[in-house]
Design a protein around this ligand. Structure first.
Ligand code: TXA
Ligand code: MG
Length: 311
């Protein structure tokens, strides 16, 4: 059963404690309701993808109330400072280089070396983030492909009991997702929103590039910077060769096993971390067990087939 919580001290404390326990909490921001989980917790983040039924691992935005905590996760810059001074807290997301050693699930960044961060303005969101004291990864709180939720009722209708709690803060003011500005390289508008390209360019004193092809949803997974192992990848391996690094699933002997019990949420939680660990041993080939093509398995197979193709 999904808990319905109000943004009073009791409800906020409950929502915060659920987040710290690795559970999913939908909460209002000024843009749309987010489906939140502890961004450092692989299993919690895997549960976000499972609840949304996304067919791929799009990187997620991490939400903060505390600017120092946010800065600890990224490579901060003068341009980021100028934008933050002008627009935070507010409906703006920055994509910045991920700081070396930052504690965040690789499933949040989908293995990228950049991360999307934002400081929402809605008081309920800020209260929750402060009470939780953890960075909160949150995509819009709807099933993939449905319209974004701007009321608690929309979240309940879309996600049903796939979310542990819904914090009801009434309707969202903006009703449109945050503007996304990429500052990992040349300033680039990655997703248009209420804060315009012109307003951003004015603050930076330079023109903001526009992304070609407006599809920011699929783009990160297709760019060169997207994580692909250096090793060749062999999929659907029933048996492993002695010189291969092996990544198992289910009841098989392997160097690492995504989920010995065959649990797809556990497999998703381990996916990026284990690929990194095996690749670090510099094998020629990483051989991977077949993953059932259902539920989260669809997203896992999407990522694996790209890893196998990206050469
Ligand atoms: O208003 C919002 O931003 C809402 C509320 C809940 O904060 N969140 C939201 O999240 O819209 P989501 O997951 O629906 O959209 C995240 C977007 C995706 O288009 C994703 O591709 C992009 O952010 N993104 C995340 N990390 C990125 C990265 N490292 N590089 C490029 N794009 C990134
Ligand atoms: Mg969305």
């Amino acid at each position: 059963m999904t808990e319905r919580l109000l943004p009073d001290p009791t409800g906020l404390a409950r929502a915060a404690s659920l987040l710290r326990d690795g559970r999913l909490v939908a909460f209002p921001t000024e843009t749309v309701y987010g489906l939140g989980a502890d961004a450092r917790d692989d299993h919690a983040v895997a549960a976000i993808y499972a609840a949304k039924g996304r067919p791929s691992f799009n990187p997620l935005i991490v939400h903060f109330a505390d600017l120092d905590a946010l800065k600890a996760m990224v490579e901060w810059s003068e341009e980021a400072e100028a934008i933050a001074q002008s627009f935070w807290p507010g409906p703006l997301t920055l994509v910045l280089p991920l700081r070396e050693g930052a504690r965040v699930s690789k499933l949040v960044t989908a293995g990228l070396d950049t991360i999307a961060v934002r400081m929402p303005a809605a008081p309920v969101a800020r209260d929750l983030l402060r009470a939780a004291g953890v960075p909160v990864a949150a995509p819009s709180a709807n099933v993939s492909g449905q319209i974004s939720p701007t009321r608690a009722e929309h979240v309940a209708a879309s996600l049903g009991d796939r979310v542990d709690a819904i914090l009801d803060g009434g309707p969202c003011k903006v009703g449109l997702e945050s503007t996304i500005l990429g500052l990992a390289g040349r300033p680039t508008l990655l997703r248009p929103g209420g804060i315009t390209r012109e307003a951003l360019g004015h603050v930076l004193g330079r023109r903001i590039a526009e992304r070609h092809g407006s599809d920011t949803i699929s783009a990160p997974g297709q760019t060169k910077s997207h994580y692909a192992p250096r090793a060749a990848v062999r999929l659907n391996a029933i048996e492993f060769e002695p010189d291969e690094a092996s990544l198992g699933f289910g009841d098989v002997e392997a160097d690492l096993n995504l989920s010995p019990s065959g649990d797809l949420t556990e497999a998703a939680a381990n996916l990026f971390e284990y690929l990194h660990q095996l690749d670090a041993k510099a094998p020629k080939v990483i051989a991977i067990s077949p993953i059932p093509h259902l539920g989260l398995g669809v997203a896992i197979n999407d990522r694996l087939s790209r890893a196998a193709a990206d050469r």
